[in-house]
Design a protein around this ligand. Structure first.
Ligand SMILES: *Cc1c(COP(=O)(O)O)cnc(C)c1O
Length: 389
């Protein structure tokens, strides 16, 4: 057994990031400033988005995007049950109603056919999540959106570097929201980015994210600025700081290499687990795409074992292997179970996945030996708990 604990994810922070943060700390300019602008420009160029708005988190990005679109009480927003809580929580905090459409069995991405069934005259937007870094099939989603006059907001928290039919996520005809939480494909500590081609929407989001102050207001204490400012509407305090962007500036050029490393490990897992009947491996969608492999999420076929998924994760931990849970489906959390009134039978695919899914260690710094230790531990747990009935 390995001697040290292997976490399911850990960020790759090197001297360049550390030195850039120290430079900010010593410069006298810590909060939103020139480094946020540099990171914004670099990210915009990388994904191919006309406008990008840096924020304190993707959750903040979802919040101000929904408000900027005028989402309010009585509106319905269709999204997936296989996501982080904030996707759904922000809909609720805008006063609107989240409507969950079931997922596809293999990719665990939202199923366009199920979206269609959930559309009503109150539906305003759909929020697909590019689960685990694999692009949703966007063409049918855009077709539905055109047909029913819906806004498409991509929750791209897993999808920095993901491509769909030759285009980077962030450059499609929609709004996309990225996260730079430490577990994501690149990090700024905490942070997020909203990308859009809609200039008026970008302006509104910029106002909402920082006190409703006009766009370049951060300059007011710099030599080039004036101390005066105007509040154009009541806004939040969701700005990204320069000490966060300092990290991002040096993460972004490494993103393609990070994805390459993630892909190698995922490919290795797929090969090693191909014959393991107790695991259902993540499916690779047949359309032209680049999977960013943010997560590696097999389903444990608990009906073939004498332990459940949570016990499986506890057993892995005894072998010094960490794992993550992405995700217990939204309708299985107490708040949403009580407030959305969704039965398991309404979302059979998500319900099935929710009880079986786990995230195995997957991050760029992992070595071949680390990955081999994961495979050994997973196979050992299965061998010890195989049902003999
Ligand atoms: C991480 C994540 C978020 C939230 O991102 P933050 O930057 O932590 O606010 C939203 N949706 C999904 C799918 C995520 O994985």
């Amino acid at each position: 057994m390995r001697e040290t604990f292997l976490p399911f994810s850990t960020p790759t922070i090197e001297d360049a990031e550390i030195n850039e943060v120290v430079d900010s700390l010593k410069s006298g300019w810590i909060t939103t400033g020139p480094k946020v602008k540099r990171f914004e420009e670099a990210f915009k160029a990388y994904v191919g988005a006309p406008y990008a708005i840096p924020l304190s988190s993707a959750t903040a990005g979802l919040h101000v995007t929904l408000l900027a679109l005028g989402i309010k009480e009585g509106d319905e927003i269709i999204t997936t049950p296989m996501t982080f809580a904030s996707t759904v929580s922000m809909i609720i905090l805008c006063g609107a109603t989240p409507v969950l459409a079931d997922i596809e069995p293999g990719t665990l991405n939202i199923d366009p056919a199920r979206i269609r069934e959930k559309i009503t005259p109150r539906t305003r937007a759909v929020i697909p999540v590019h689960f685990a870094g694999q692009s949703c099939d966007m063409d049918p989603i855009f077709a539905l959106a055109r047909e029913h006059n819906l806004t498409v907001i991509e929750d791209a928290a897993h999808a920095a570097g993901t491509e769909y039919k030759g285009r980077r996520i962030g450059s499609l005809d929609s709004i996309s929201i990225f996260s730079f939480h430490p577990n994501k494909n690149i990090t700024t500590g905490e942070g997020g980015m909203v990308c859009t081609a809609d200039e008026a929407l970008a302006e509104e989001i910029s106002l909402l994210k920082f006190h409703g102050m006009s766009r370049e207001a951060w300059k007011r204490f710099a030599a080039s600025g004036t101390p005066n400012y105007d509040i154009l509407l009541p806004g939040f305090k969701y700005n990204m700081m320069d000490i966060q962007a300092a990290i991002g500036i040096h993460q972004l050029p490494k993103l393609d290499n990070f994805i390459q490393k993630r892909t190698e490990i995922a490919t290795y897992y797929n090969r090693e687990f191909a014959d393991v009947a107790e695991l259902a491996l993540p499916a690779y969608a047949p359309y032209d795409q680049r999977h960013a492999w943010h997560l590696y999420t097999p389903l444990v076929r608990i009906e073939k074992l004498d332990i459940d998924r949570d016990q499986f994760m506890a057993e892995l931990k005894k072998h010094n292997i960490g794992s993550g849970l992405h995700y217990k489906a939204i309708h299985h959390h107490p708040y949403y179970r009580d407030h959305l009134g969704i039965a398991d039978s309404d979302l059979p695919v998500a319900t099935y996945a929710s009880e079986r899914i786990l995230s195995l260690p997957l991050f760029p710094k992992m070595t071949k030996e680390d990955a081999a230790d994961v495979v050994t531990a997973v196979k050992a747990v299965i061998a010890a708990h195989r049902c003999t009935r």
